[in-house]
Design a protein around this ligand. Sequence first.
Ligand SMILES: NC(=O)c1ccc[n+]([C@@H]2O[C@H](COP(=O)([O-])OP(=O)(O)OC[C@H]3O[C@@H](n4cnc5c(N)ncnc54)[C@H](OP(=O)(O)O)[C@@H]3O)[C@@H](O)[C@H]2O)c1
Length: 328
Amino acid sequence: MRLLVLGGTVFLSRAVAEAAVRRGHDVTCACRGASGSLPDGVRHVVLDRSTTGAGAVLDDGFDAVVDVARDPAWVRSSVAATPSAHHVLVSTINVYPDTSTPGGGPSALSLHEPLHDVPDEGEAEAEAYGALKVGCELAVGAAASSWVVRPGLIVGPGDGSQRYPWWVRRLVDAAPGEEVLAPGHPDDPVQVIDVRDLAEWLVDGAEQRRTGVVDGVGPVVGRGEALAAIARGVGADVRWTRVDQDTLLAHDVAPWAGPRSLPLWLPLPQYAGLMAHDPEPARAAGLRTRPPEQTAADTAAWLATQPDPSPPEGLTREEERALLAALT
Ligand SMILES: NC(=O)c1ccc[n+]([C@@H]2O[C@H](COP(=O)([O-])OP(=O)(O)OC[C@H]3O[C@@H](n4cnc5c(N)ncnc54)[C@H](OP(=O)(O)O)[C@@H]3O)[C@@H](O)[C@H]2O)c1
């Protein structure tokens, strides 16, 4: 297969290119080459999608395209340049405004009104992310055939965010028997997908010219088990102290990401659906997920190779200690 990856220098799009090369495909990555290195074995076509139409540098000889774009204009341009190819669009579960209904998916949840162009400078592009992805999904419909995959939280080696890696670092650094704060209730849902499992499945979909729309999500597990699996994966033996969400909110602990946050924690019921999408359609469509311990171990190994990891953004150790001391 002649595969075009629009991206290839970071995390998911890089994992897709790597997986496709491993399978013996002829892989071209079109991007600026600004965000990182490309995997060995790919051809690089230099393309800055913010300034150059894809047709200026790409021909229509590709069998399949994998695109991670967030800007519908970029998708319109790449589809116009490669109209005969099968397009796999990486969207997001943020296309659904409903974050509270568990078990949701394409047939159960409605979508944001689409945005067809990135808002003018000064407006909050991050807030428009879901609506722009809906615009991207509509734009990819102009291709000969397309498959839209809406992932939930993607984790694993190469994850430059401060979400899942925050927990890996916290537990790698924990002394034997150390007390660690476990947010919320142990049965609260957590749902992640290892970037490599998602990438392999995206390449399957490109090979098989899979069509339709599906959430790219792994199994739902309780947070207690999700955190315990990370601990097992990195060989940490800690003492968990549960702190319920009302107490965390009362002490100004932020959910999900950012300063003073505890990642993988989301207040319920307003976010009861975000990490509890129905995983069955993806599984039925061939998505296979590795053991969570392996994701944790490999993320820890990857973090250890990072030359100068920036300080974790979430709750600091001092803040965690102060909080535990105040509660016990
Ligand atoms: N992380 C999550 O938990 C999560 C959850 C749900 C969905 N998603 C979706 O999953 C995908 C993640 O993709 P990703 O990991 O590859 O990261 P990404 O940040 O979405 O995309 C990065 C790629 O886009 C390229 N790019 C950026 N600006 C460009 C430009 N002006 N011209 C050409 N290429 C450009 C980058 O290459 P250069 O900078 O080198 O040009 C890089 O290879 C996205 O679609 C995201 O919306 C993520």
